[in-house]
Design a protein. Structure first.
Ligand code: PEP
Ligand code: MG
Length: 315
């Protein structure tokens, strides 16, 4: 029984009809790699590089970064590792990227905006990443955080390719990008949806602020409609669409995300087993039916209720 259990736990993510749905891990450092591998991660869907440098007073060198990235990539031979460029922001200030105090830091110079204002830092990171890929057998995908529009997408992809990155994409976590998804997918290799920030900006509720925490709910149909725009764009253009926000670790919501067009899910490694087990209960058609049902809800609470009702009565 133990062997069977272990086998199930480490089987690749899939729907009931056999369609593969890669389940990846979110990482903050190379120390998280071993646990992710042990819990059956099929690669990495979000490596948050800014966590490596929260205490750094000065920008890290190319050599220093390349050593870090190589150790992470080496833990996933032959597998996909999606690395996010430095995402400095309100919750994660980086001394060497920060432009000073802001009244509304969630709406400020952050993510790709801050990298663009300090382009040498971005160039060094992309150079280090390309070097790390050449040193290992992992398949490196690199993405930019907090991308606002098509122009920023083009800027990032062009620079990444020029510096030797082979697969370059963007995170969809600002509604302006989601609304332009049909054009954005044509300008990059993949999109990864960050539902934490996408929810924050869709609901206009600071995710750091306890008094508005109830708005931070990715089940809200307003958020899911934006996810659908991105999913439809990805399906239409044949581009992979990942989800790497917290929403992907909610088993029932993960099925909704797949029904909306997500082609891979990335989450904290501890959530992999439950999401894997839930996905196995649905076919592609059922996931799409579930998503369609939930999109018609008028609130997050109704979306949850409709989803539970669908599972109880329609399957
Ligand atoms: C997100 O915004 O959903 C995301 C994955 O990035 P972070 O939580 O690091 O902002
Ligand atoms: Mg984010």
């Amino acid at each position: 029984a133990l062997a069977a259990e272990q086998h199930i736990e480490l089987a690749p993510g899939a729907l009931r009809d056999g369609e593969l749905l890669p389940l990846l891990a979110n990482l903050g450092s190379s120390a998280d790699c071993a646990q992710a591998v042990r819990l059956g991660a099929e690669g990495v869907g979000l490596f948050r590089t800014e966590f490596l440098f929260l205490d750094s007073q000065t920008a890290p060198t190319v050599a220093e970064q390349q050593a870090h990235y190589t150790s992470v990539l080496a833990a996933f031979p032959g597998q996909k590792v999606v690395v996010r460029c430095l995402d400095a922001g309100a919750d994660k200030p980086l001394k060497f990227l920060h432009g000073g105090r802001e009244e509304n830091p969630a709406l400020g110079l952050r993510g790709l905006r801050a990298l663009r204002a300090n382009e040498e830092v971005l160039r060094d990171q992309l150079t280090a990443l390309a070097g790390a890929e050449r040193a290992t057998s992992a398949e490196l995908w690199v993405m930019a955080p907090m991308v606002t529009d098509l122009a920023e997408t083009r800027y990032f992809v062009e620079l990444a390719r020029k510096l030797g990155v082979r697969v370059a994409g963007v995170m969809a976590e600002i509604p302006s990008l989601a609304l332009m998804a049909d054009q954005v997918v044509l300008a990059c290799d993949f999109v990864s949806i960050g539902t934490n920030d996408l929810t924050q900006y869709t609901m206009a509720a600071d995710r750091m602020l306890g008094s508005v925490a109830s708005y931070q709910d990715p089940w809200h149909p307003a958020v899911l409609r934006l996810v659908k725009l991105i999913g439809d764009a990805g399906t239409g253009a044949g581009r992979p669409i990942g989800v790497c926000g917290e929403a992907a670790s909610d088993p029932l919501l993960s099925v909704v995300l797949v029904g909306l067009g997500a082609t891979s899910l990335s989450m904290t490694a501890a959530a992999l087993a439950d999401v894997r087990a839930e996905l196995l209960r649905y076919t592609r058609v059922e996931a799409a039916q579930l998503a369609a049902r939930v999109l018609g809800a008028s609130s997050a609470a109704e979306a949850r209720a409709l989803a539970r009702d669908f599972v109880a009565n329609s399957l």
